[in-house]
Design a binder for this molecule. Sequence first.
Ligand SMILES: [Zn+2]
Length: 446
Amino acid sequence: MFDTGEIEKQITARLSEMAKEIVAIRRDLTDTTRADVITALEVVKSASAATQAVATADLHTSRRAERAAKGLPKRQWDTGVASEIGLARHDSANKGGRHLGFARVLVDEMPHTLARLACGDLSEWRATMIVRDTFGLSRDDRALVDSELCSDPATLMGKSDSQVSATARAAVVRIDAEALVRRASKAVGDRRVTSRPAPDTMAYLSALLPVKQAVCVHATLMRDAAAIVGAGDERTKSQIMADLLVERVTGLSTATAVPVTVNVVLSDEALLGTGSEPAEVEGYGPVPTDLVIRWLHDDDAKNELRRLYANPETGALTAMESKSRGFPTGILRMTRFRDKICRTPWCGAPIRHGDHVRSVANGGDTTFDNSAGLCEACNYAKEADGWTTTPDKNQSGELHSYRITTPTGHQHRSTAPPLPMPMPVRHHRIDISSTEHAVIDILWAA
Ligand SMILES: [Zn+2]
């Protein structure tokens, strides 16, 4: 009899051997062989994607069966599975969920598409497009599209990304025009406004809107900006459009005088003009300290900058304790500053919850040390059956860290990012400007 544990170990060992072999392919090849290598590796990538999809769907099925057998309620069967897939792929829980959805559709509903992916006729991206474009179809209708597009390798042979997508969409319209209408009404539910950093201390504000509204907002800004340019304003039309957007959203008459609380972490050296360490703006990232100083002196804006102190050696924030079970605002604010984004490795989503690393039920304290900033999906996954998180014994001044163990027993360490390092001076409130606007509120001194 074979030891199945041994056989399973050999599978992963063999895969890493294959990866090493691929990397070690010699470089003194003829150009013909080089082109063949490039093609052969595309097949390897597609085959890997197909096997990943199958393993993903199987893990999901197995996790559900295990929880059903334990008698857990149905709504808990899927909890955390997307996060498990995300961690296994070094991706966020959100992407893990998409990988899982893709795998489920391929394995359960689109066997021909999966087969084309497995043999390298389709790339992972093209298979993803077919799955995406058939979203909203019934299982049977999806099977029809699957068969029409992928049962014969010749159908999609030589087609580009956009041609594959167009062929899939055309099949969907032919089979079920209603599905497209259903998708359109579902898409409206996804409307949202987001912001992300841009270079040179700028940021993008994006709105995903129904097409009518988006066109209307843009056209209104264009029309009104054109009128202002026509009246002799020196700004460009683009600048005026941006200013109008800010003015109308914030309800203020000039875009430059927005009252804000900017949460900034900066070192004393930087503040006194002797250090070159950048400041850290919550929700954006590092910015030059000179810019922060300029904000402080801006007469148009009432500034309140909060500063958090960090350990001068390591950049770790100092601790704070509380007796209450829910995290008080002070600890939450510190946690947000320390963690910046969701603490799960590879996640990168904004923090939504201050979470107990060791849960209160398991004797965890409501302390800064036992807190972690998590996104909604990771917070949810952490509570799922079979997941544990264990705080590390953090010494004072060390970067905060803890271990996550998934139901498969895989461990991932989460370490807080370092902060700009200030000089260890103690103050409670200092004025750094002659104007009354610039007050630095020092919350915790190292
Ligand atoms: Zn997360």
